[in-house]
Design a protein around this ligand. Structure first.
Ligand code: NAP
Length: 280
């Protein structure tokens, strides 16, 4: 299969969710003289703080305060950004997760579930679709979708979050195969825990947690090589890879066991208590 030509020295990088965590670290990691950064988020003050950090590293920075669920605003902003300078790398990073995506014992309610899908899935589509025809016409560009390692395993803590990330993983995979022949690359990033406000909001252990800077460096280095998929950290990648071959009962057992050991958010009932309730 034909592979897209990697973008080794991007001149214009667009990042959504640049006000915090991974998006912020990516913006700072990409910042250097000769580069334009177009950064989006909802929090204007934090966006300004990131812009100043990137400018002090020599980058030309443009910021916009917007919500990725607003398709019309996204289309207008992305068209304007691409016309100002052709977008080389587009990073659909904005997302909701952590405590905001935890399922109560009865499962997520409608507003919570719709919000997770609106931001994590429709928000990615709102970011990618307006730019795709433009970079396909140029035959050059890299689309980067920030998913999650949780895309391959439905965990009881956050079924809708897992589904929203599974959707963008499959979307990115199909899009990569579609656009490769046109010279355009698509990368899906599948991180484990990153030490950001999102994961910090979880009152549970975060094994193999990476700093945002380490995660951003990994993403930047792999995107430069035109990677199709970036999954980290390797122990979780290995575990989830093996899990695919395990019988369902074994996966259920391991998840239930890890919950008993306290690897579960407080919103869920204690499994022992739940077992006792069922046997009454
Ligand atoms: N942290 C982890 O452990 C982890 C693990 C796997 C995957 N990820 C993924 O990595 C990405 C970045 O997350 P993070 O850890 O850096 O979280 P974070 O620190 O909470 O940052 C989330 C970013 O998304 C933006 N955002 C949220 N809702 C938005 C909306 N409706 N419109 C526009 N922007 C919005 C936020 O901007 P404002 O606050 O300004 O709105 C913020 O900049 C997400 O897609 C997340 O799912 C994170």
């Amino acid at each position: 299969m034909k592979r897209a030509t990697p973008i080794t020295d991007p001149k214009h990088i667009v990042i959504t969710g640049a006000t915090s965590g991974l998006g912020r670290a990516l913006a700072i990691g990409y910042a250097r003289p000769g580069r334009m950064l177009s950064l989006a988020g909802r929090n204007t003050a934090r966006l300004e703080e990131v812009a100043i950090a990137c400018q002090s590293a020599g980058a030309e920075v443009h910021t916009v305060t917007l919500d990725v669920t607003d398709a019309a605003a996204m289309e207008a902003w992305l068209a304007q950004s691409d016309s100002a300078r052709p977008i080389d790398i587009l990073i659909a990073n904005a997302g909701v997760g952590g405590a905001a995506a935890l399922a109560p014992p009865t499962g997520e309610d409608g507003p919570q579930a719709r919000n997770i899908f609106s931001v994590n899935t429709v928000g990615v589509i709102n970011t990618v679709i307006p730019v795709t025809p433009r970079i396909v016409a140029r035959g050059r560009g890299q689309i980067v979708i920030i998913g999650s390692i949780q895309d391959s395993l439905g965990v009881p803590q956050s079924p809708v979050y897992c589904a929203s990330k599974a959707a963008v993983q499959i979307y990115g995979e199909g899009l990569r195969r579609l656009l490769a022949v046109q010279g355009v690359g698509v990368t899906v990033v599948r991180p484990g825990f990153i030490d950001t406000p999102m994961s910090q909001s979880l009152a549970m252990p975060r094994p193999f947690c990476w700093s945002p800077e380490r995660a951003a460096e990994k993403v930047i280095n792999e995107v430069r090589k035109g990677a199709a998929q970036i999954t980290f950290p390797w122990p979780l990648r290995l575990f989830l890879g093996l899990q695919k071959f395990a019988p369902v009962w074994l996966t259920d057992f391991v998840i239930a066991r890890s919950m008993r050991m306290g690897w579960a958010p407080p919103a869920l009932p204690d499994p022992d208590e739940a077992d006792q309730r069922r046997s009454r």
